[in-house]
Design a protein around this ligand. Sequence first.
Ligand code: NAP
Length: 260
Amino acid sequence: MRLKDKVCLVTGASRGIGRAIAVTFGREGADVVVNYSKSKDKAEEVVNGIVKFGRRAIAIKADVSNKDEVEAMVKNVLKEFGKIDVLVNNAGITWKPTNILEGTKEEWERVLGVNLIGTYYCIQAVAPYMIKQKYGKIINISSLASIGTTFGEQVAYGPSKAAINILTKRLAYELGQYNIYVNAIAPGLIRTEILSIGRSEEELQKLFNNIANMTALRRIGEPQDIANVALFLASDESNFVTGQVIVADGGRFNFLSHSV
Ligand code: NAP
């Protein structure tokens, strides 16, 4: 068991990548807090799955873009479990496909509010406790979009994730002296509900096929592919790794780079 008796808080863990991370951590011996903002029933299902491994798990509702709700959630975790060893900032949203002419203030405020500022609020809320215990592993879920190798369908999403990469490096430097690790994972295309936004089933299948064809492994990713990387970063096996953005994309070719 690679996370025996660790306490892990995974944001946005009611489905998709966050769910796979929460279940994997529970299977590896951790007690897990399953955060969600709307999907209570799904979060409870994740909790029930983890409890079956003989571990403690609870679901906590909090919108990560709301500082008060994040602070209340962290207080609640400490009351229930007494510590937080691992924080996974996974909660994230996209927007319907937009271009520079269609983009709105609402899109920018919401996407940056959840993806970037939500990540910041969660780190700010757990950092005092991790500093005190002189230990912590923080894992931020970025995206391949953060380094520009994605389709240009979203204006605010890529910048929100690029800022997470820089935040990861900046905070790794600041918190390393307290034995707190800060890393990010940049997933390629992963089969989850987030991709359905603004796409028909037919468009979704076309997207999956297109991306699989420009990927060395000739397939898109599954949530477990990312959970496995998160497990490495949460475990002692990564004890000389910090400030990194680990790309997990099946080996995606960037055809744009061959066009000049
Ligand atoms: P998903 O299936 O849509 O899951 C998103 C999760 O985040 C849900 O559990 C949702 O729960 C939660 N959430 C959304 N807004 C929240 C908020 N304000 N506060 C707390 N929880 C919130 O998406 P996913 O694909 O698993 O995405 C997980 C992360 O991976 C995101 O950061 C995403 O940007 C990143 N990512 C995904 C892909 C991909 O291809 N799928 C690629 C690169 C990066 P509620 O319904 O309860 O709100």
